[in-house]
Design a protein around this ligand. Sequence first.
Ligand SMILES: Cc1cc2nc3c(=O)[nH]c(=O)nc-3n(C[C@H](O)[C@H](O)[C@H](O)COP(=O)(O)O)c2cc1C
Length: 194
Amino acid sequence: MKKPAPSYETQELREFAEVLRGRRTINLFLQTLVPEKLVEEALEAATWAPNHHVTEPWRFILPGPQTVGRILDLCKKMVAAAKSAELSEHKRQSWSEKPGWLIVTCKRSEDELRQREDYAACSAAVQNFMLYLWKAGVGSKWTTGAITRDRRFAEILGIDLGTEFVVGMIWFGYPKVTPSQSRKELSAALTRLP
Ligand SMILES: Cc1cc2nc3c(=O)[nH]c(=O)nc-3n(C[C@H](O)[C@H](O)[C@H](O)COP(=O)(O)O)c2cc1C
């Protein structure tokens, strides 16, 4: 005889689901500093992401104001070259309002499967980071815009592109506006087989 499963309809589980569903990508942040210790705690939680063969393939870079300034200058330069001087100044200004910056890299691997699994692990780590912050009232945005694939960006951050690649740049801070989002019904993604 199979035993019945223990009750799972708990307040804790409902609250946990609320964190998973409620986290949103935030574009506009308040100019309130996020405590350094909270960021470190979120990064420590990030390292508990599943990672095949326990490769721990991630590296977390927290740029200070000087380094952020160099990223802003590069952003401006890239937008000016691709679009217009006016737009580049606007973009520099909007990026300068991001209160927190994190860059996540993944170790490169010669082995294609290992590389794919390591990238998956890094993505799970980013999600851990974002969810931990969200539970503390801090929003974030994961971006993989053109700058994150630019050699000059890697140089500014001391990223060795021969041995690692950028998984994303994550801005974080207390949300000024929390957008709404929707998802398809689960049935659109779920297949049950006999
Ligand atoms: C790998 C990855 C890269 C992303 N890059 C960008 C980006 O470059 N620009 C952007 O606006 N959003 C980016 N996003 C955020 C998505 O647009 C966002 O998750 C999506 O709109 C759903 O919104 P939600 O996170 O609030 O559920 C990225 C998300 C992931 C997972």
